[in-house]
Design a protein around this ligand. Structure first.
Ligand SMILES: Cc1ncc(COP(=O)(O)O)c(C=O)c1O
Length: 361
């Protein structure tokens, strides 16, 4: 071991991100409800575009990503020049931290916020600042109190993962307006498409110079395996992010599949309404078993158990039946299990198994 070779400060403080478990040793016919994936997968048009892209494998992708940015702009009514695309919305979060935070700066996020905010803050040597939530919901006053002249970025996911809760546009506006001048508010809209009629905070971006939004193709678009996300914000900030974006960060395959996906809003609408139907069904089925959850605006439910022992025991029981859900101890919710809303048969299967665990069936 060469002690003279050391990583940058902060990096050794990063706890490795663990994705949702996908397998159980010795078991087939598994139902995976641990990663908030869309059970219906991507639209057929997106799959066709993916297949067609095989003929372009020898070609470098367009550095300006114009086709995908135009499609996103058309569908959402945006300025194409202020859209930036990345390897998942994770990469947009990375760009923001790289561009705007460093040693002695603070990056603020909430108690049960997405783990990548902390990881990216530490990766650039910044100080992560975690702010308490109120009843598993973003607390704007607590965030504003935590901000100071070192704050450079404030991340909130709306709806939040893994809580599923959301704050109103008026609350988000109050947050944006109350931040110190040098801070950017990042609205993580990974689950925005699941909320009927929600623009993810776009109107706030248009009215202010300090708000950026991130979005993903991994959730409702069913393209988590392909890794595509995008961001939108003031021209000045997007211009900065483009300076550090690798010119070929997205392949032709990613760009073409995502472009076809965003242009197929019928698929998105079908997935949203089916998710809402099964989410309500699952929440009610669990409530009848004495397992409460907050009203979720995403494609998952955060089931609350009597304590971490019961949550752990239920998780083990479900795994023994081939059902994988997500333990969320790393999100400071050890008494909870996050259950992705699957298709109808998966939801029925998981509710039935939890009833058996509770000794009801
Ligand atoms: C709140 C939130 N933000 C961002 C992401 C990252 O998504 P991706 O990098 O797949 O676009 C996720 C994924 O689980 C998430 O839950």
């Amino acid at each position: 071991m060469n002690d003279a070779i050391r990583p940058q400060p902060g990096i050794m403080d990063i706890a490795l991100y663990e994705g949702g478990k996908a397998q159980i040793a010795g078991m087939t016919n598994i139902v995976k409800l641990s990663s908030n994936e869309n059970p219906f997968g991507p639209s057929d048009r997106s799959k066709e575009a993916f297949q067609r892209s095989v003929h372009q494998l020898h070609r470098y992708p367009a550095t300006d990503q114009a086709g995908l940015r135009q499609a996103i702009a058309d569908v959402h009514g945006l300025d194409r020049d202020r859209v930036i695309c990345g390897v998942g919305s994770d990469e947009i979060i990375t760009f923001l931290c790289q561009a705007y935070a460093g040693p002695k700066d603070e990056v603020v996020f909430t108690e049960h916020g997405f783990l990548m905010y902390r990881i990216n803050a530490l990766a650039v040597g910044a100080t992560p600042v975690e702010v308490a939530e109120r009843d598993r919901t973003t607390d704007v006053d607590a965030i504003l109190k935590a901000c100071n002249r070192r704050t450079r970025l404030v991340f909130i996911a709306n709806p939040n993962n893994p809580t599923g809760t959301m704050i109103s546009a008026a609350e988000v506006a109050r947050l944006a307006d109350g931040l110190p001048a040098q801070a950017i508010l990042v609205l993580d809209g990974a689950y925005a498409e699941y909320v009927q009629g929600f623009d993810g905070g776009l109107s706030l971006i248009e009215a202010r110079g300090n708000v950026v939004m991130t979005r993903t193709f991994s959730k409702i678009y069913g393209l988590g395996g392909l890794r595509i996300g995008w961001g939108y914000g003031p021209a000045q900030i997007i211009g900065v992010l483009n300076r550090i974006r690798g010119p070929f960060n997205l392949s032709n395959t990613q760009l073409d599949a995502a472009e076809a996906a965003v242009r197929d809003q019928d698929h998105v609408n079908r997935c949203r309404s089916e998710n809402a139907r099964m989410r309500q069904w699952l929440a009610e089925a669990l409530a009848e078993l004495g397992i409460p959850s907050d009203v979720s605006m995403g494609n998952f439910i955060l089931a609350r158990f009597s304590g971490s022992d019961e949550a752990e025991a239920c998780d083990a029981f479900l795994q023994a039946q081939g059902l994988i859900v997500r333990r969320v101890g790393s999100y400071k919710l050890p008494h909870c299990l996050r259950i992705t809303v699957g298709d109808e048969s998966s939801c029925r299967r998981v509710a039935h198994a939890i009833a058996q665990f509770k000794g009801v069936r």
